[in-house]
Design a protein around this ligand. Structure first.
Ligand code: NAP
Length: 350
């Protein structure tokens, strides 16, 4: 059996700033009794002990962990994450939300295997894609189907959506994006955080995924951060009729690949990615790209967060095109975080 103290450490270090977990949830995950968890937490160095709380929501005593490395340790546990302005020489920045809000970031599995307070590792395993080729789309939508609020997706998704959004990137060999989304959302260089990089290397993936942009007009600025700050040379998929001047300029900062004459052929995009060993394709949209890939039968999976809001208004849906493309899907998993539902559907087998 795994060393119980190390098992507790493994779970505790995944609790990120602004999140909390109960002793009971760690006990459930590790197979220990909550009191045993308490003992190990007290003995462990370098874990965020102040983020581990009692089942009734009360924080741990300030003596719950090992001796403090600085005065910060004597502040209230919430202050250690910046929830108050208690003085501390190494005080982290103010957190943008109060504790109560973050306690709701807990993600539970409802189906097919029920589970509570999933750790990042459990979430990652539940989202493990096949070895590929596999194309996964990720979207957030309001309950009435809006894909944006004020022109952006950010207003829709809450903490659970954000947590899964970031974790899903870890599995990607390549992150595929329509140029419209890159422009609207102001994407910068696609660099995953160090923790993700470590996890990827441990799991046999390249440290960073490649970013692949799809564009017909090549209306992308070669000097923009999306290229300048990219840890890996991005790919740009386009058509042979795209403006030659823009192609030349972009070829300085990216690999420009033709995948069609007048329209981008999604199956050729997949082939070109496959030829480069990029088999796990993770797409963050948007609606035009999704429709084109749906029409070509190039989508294997949809991860959809249902945000608890009704928007009305003129926003598009997650797939938007002139031609209808009915595509049967099968439910693969249902997670819940606060009032958000995180649904996973795979394309129905014929
Ligand atoms: N809620 C969410 O989860 C979510 C996710 C993503 C995006 N969004 C939102 O969706 C909006 C953008 O929508 P959108 O439909 O414009 O996004 P999009 O699909 O990312 O971008 C459309 C543009 O990308 C290029 N493109 C996409 N598919 C193409 C294809 N098959 N062939 C050739 N070029 C292709 C074209 O670029 P060129 O014009 O350069 O030729 C096209 O104009 C933004 O407001 C964004 O915030 C929401």
């Amino acid at each position: 059996m795994e060393d119980p103290r190390e098992a507790v450490r493994a779970v505790a270090v995944t609790i990120r700033r602004g999140e909390v977990m109960t002793y009971g949830a760690i006990a459930f995950t590790t197979g220990l009794h909550p009191r045993q968890v308490g003992r190990h937490v007290a003995a462990l160095e370098d874990i965020p002990w102040w983020r581990i709380i009692h089942a009734d929501g009360t924080p741990p005593p300030a003596t719950a962990g090992p001796p403090p490395p600085c005065s910060r340790r004597r502040t209230s546990p919430s202050a250690a994450d910046g929830w108050t302005s208690a003085p501390c020489s190494t005080a982290p920045p103010q957190h943008r939300r109060p504790l109560r809000r973050h306690r709701m970031t807990t993600i539970n599995s409802l189906w097919p295997t029920p589970g509570t307070a999933l750790t990042d590792e459990q979430l990652l395993q539940s989202y493990a894609p096949p070895s590929g080729p596999w194309l996964r789309m990720n979207f957030v939508s309001s309950l009435d189907g809006a894909v944006t609020r004020d022109g952006l997706s950010g207003g829709l998704g809450d903490d659970a959506d954000q947590r899964v959004f970031e974790l899903l990137r870890r599995w990607a060999d390549v992150i595929l994006l329509g140029a419209g989304t890159a422009r609207a959302e102001g994407y910068g260089g696609m660099r995953l955080p160090e923790e993700s990089e470590r996890w990827r290397v441990e799991h046999g993936l390249a440290p960073q995924p490649v970013l692949a942009l799809v564009t017909q007009r090549l209306d992308l600025d070669p000097a923009s951060s999306v290229f300048a700050d990219a840890p890996v040379r991005p790919l740009v998929f386009t058509i042979s009729e795209a403006p030659a001047e823009s192609r030349e300029a972009l070829a300085e900062v990216a690999e420009v690949v033709e995948v069609g004459e007048t329209v981008v052929d999604p199956m050729r995009v997949r082939e070109e990615l496959g030829r480069r060993g990029l088999r796990r394709i993770h797409s963050e949209g948007g609606p035009t790209l999704f429709s084109a890939f749906l029409a070509a039968g190039a989508v294997d999976e949809l991860c959809l967060t249902l945000a608890p809001t009704l928007e009305a208004g003129p926003a598009h849906r997650i797939a938007h095109s002139t031609l209808a493309v009915p595509t049967a899907m099968e439910l693969a998993a249902v997670l819940q975080g606060d009032d958000e539902l995180l649904l996973r559907y795979t394309r129905a087998r014929a």
